[in-house]
Each structure stands twice: as structure tokens, then as C-alpha cells.
Design a binder for this molecule. Structure first.
Ligand code: PEP
Length: 258
């Protein structure tokens, strides 16, 4: 049975004091919700402080990016070893990194390998752009992104995938639950081909792209969708709590094997 998971990607938002305020406001509410993995991904500079603030709670911590080298002369980068001490998850291959920082399939593959080496759980983002969607190339694009990201990886234990159609991220224009379910089903079948059915059935695949408290149930109700990667709405306490609560109500029983 797959434990549902909601991850909040704070992106480049919140100063240190704002992050402290946000996590302090979220903690009591999140802690009251069971049977969902609740992950927050603040900016790097806040990770250490937020880690202290969530100690003893059920909230888990993730980073938004990673570099693939272990250490050395890579000014400004953050290594897997540094993150392994701080958090459990790391977002890799987000479309904003692909778009603004020229991250290619090869770089993303190296980052996944680097994360797995130190037992960080990668949240690998894949998804097609608007023109690719309109040209009917969604299947081809996500299949190729999956293959490139996992090339040469024997068995990606701990991997989580987020299907994030680029045209739905930060635009307010979400996919429909049915569209997302179909593509996520395809990703699961492709993972079974790359590895095996056991891994594919255990793999958590999230939807991401303009998820809000108002539309979350459309996605969470779908059988292939195991949760959401939430951007904008993860910065609003009541919105994020509502998304997590709805996930627990809709899917929480699955995590108990009921
Ligand atoms: C994201 O950052 O991965 C994302 C899906 O953003 P938003 O929810 O704001 O569309």
C-alpha cells in the first residue's frame, strides 16, 4: 500500500524569519493529520532552523535542489552530503530548474544518483510543456524524461515522482484529474518496464500544477495519484492544511492497508 504524500515547495519565497513564522503556524495543524506523509521544502538557508522547529513532529523536511558532486570548488552549490544531514527528501528536475538553469536530462540523472547514494529520497519532477501537450507529445516527453533521469540506476529505492505539466505550474490552470491520472498511470507502467512491477506498484507518483484546496480532491480521488507537489498554495497555512486534510480523508485508509 502506498502512503499518500503531500509536499510543499516553497520555491524562492520566505526570509528566515518568515520561514520560522510559517512553519510555526503550520506545525500544530499538520501534526493533527495522520496517514499522510507531510513534507515541506523551504529554501536552503532555512533548512537547519526549520529542522529544529519540526523536531518531535510528524512533519518531514525536503530541499529544493542539490548538486551532484560531494564536495570541492563549486562555489554556491550544496552537496548531497550536506543535505543528507538535514533532510529526508530533495526535489530534483523541477521544470523551473530545467527552464531557467538549463538542467538537462544528464544533469538530472547525476543528481538523482547523487541523492540516492546518500539515501536522500528524490522527488523527481517530469512533465511536458504547453506546445508539447498541444502537439499530443505528452506520452513521448514524459517517457523520455523518465528514461533519461533514471539511466544507469539499478534500483531507485526511495524515489518519488511528481508529474508536473509545465503549463500548469504557477499558472492557475491545473490539469484535470482524469488527464493527470492517465499520464501518471503511463509513468507507472513505464517504471514497471524499466524495473519491475513490484517497484512500480510501490512507487509514489504525485501530481503537481496549480493544486489548491478547492481542486485537490479532483486529483487525490484518482487511483493512480498518490498525492501532490504543491507550490503557491503551500505558502498559505489554511490552504496547505486543507489539502493535507483532504488527502488524509480520501486516501488515508490506504496507508493502513484497509
Ligand atoms: C511546483 O512548484 O512544483 C508547483 C506545482 O507550483 P504551483 O502549485 O504553484 O503550480
Amino acid at each position: 500500500m502506498r502512503m499518500p504524500l503531500i509536499a510543499g515547495n516553497w520555491k524562492m519565497n520566505t526570509t528566515l524569519s518568515e520561514a520560522i513564522e510559517l512553519v510555526s503556524e503550520m506545525r500544530p495543524g499538520l501534526d493533527r493529520i495522520d496517514n499522510v506523509d507531510k513534507v515541506i521544502c523551504p529554501p536552503f538557508i532555512s533548512l537547519a532552523v526549520v529542522k529544529e522547529l519540526i523536531k518531535g513532529s510528524s512533519i518531514k523536511l525536503g530541499a529544493q535542489n542539490i548538486y551532484f558532486e560531494e564536495k570541492g570548488a563549486y562555489t554556491g552549490e550544496i552537496s548531497p552530503v550536506m543535505l543528507a544531514d538535514l533532510c529526508e527528501f530533495v526535489i530534483i528536475g523541477h521544470s523551473e530548474r530545467r527552464q531557467y538553469f538549463n538542467e538537462t536530462g544528464d544533469i538530472i540523472n547525476k543528481k538523482i544518483l547523487a541523492a540516492l547514494r546518500v539515501r536522500l529520497k528524490p522527488i523527481l519532477c517530469i512533465g511536458e510543456r504547453l506546445e508539447e501537450n498541444e502537439a499530443g507529445r505528452t506520452e513521448e516527453i514524459v517517457t523520455e524524461q523518465l528514461r533519461a533521469s533514471l539511466a544507469g540506476i539499478d534500483y531507485p529505492g526511495g524515489l518519488i515522482i511528481a508529474y508536473e505539466p509545465v503549463w500548469a505550474i504557477g499558472t492557475g490552470k491545473a490539469a484535470t484529474g482524469e488527464q493527470a491520472n492517465e499520464t501518471i498511470g503511463l509513468i507507472r507502467r513505464n517504471t514497471a518496464k524499466l524495473y519491475d512491477e513490484r517497484l512500480a506498484q510501490a512507487l509514489r507518483i504525485l501530481y503537481g500544477g496549480s493544486v489548491t484546496a478547492a481542486n485537490a480532491n479532483q486529483f487525490i480521488n484518482q487511483p493512480e495519484i498518490d498525492g501532490a507537489l504543491v507550490g503557491g498554495a503551500s505558502l498559505k497555512v489554511t490552504e496547505f492544511l486543507s489539502i493535507v486534510r483532504q488527502t488524509s480523508e480520501i486516501k488515508g485508509h490506504l496507508s493502513k492497508g484497509v
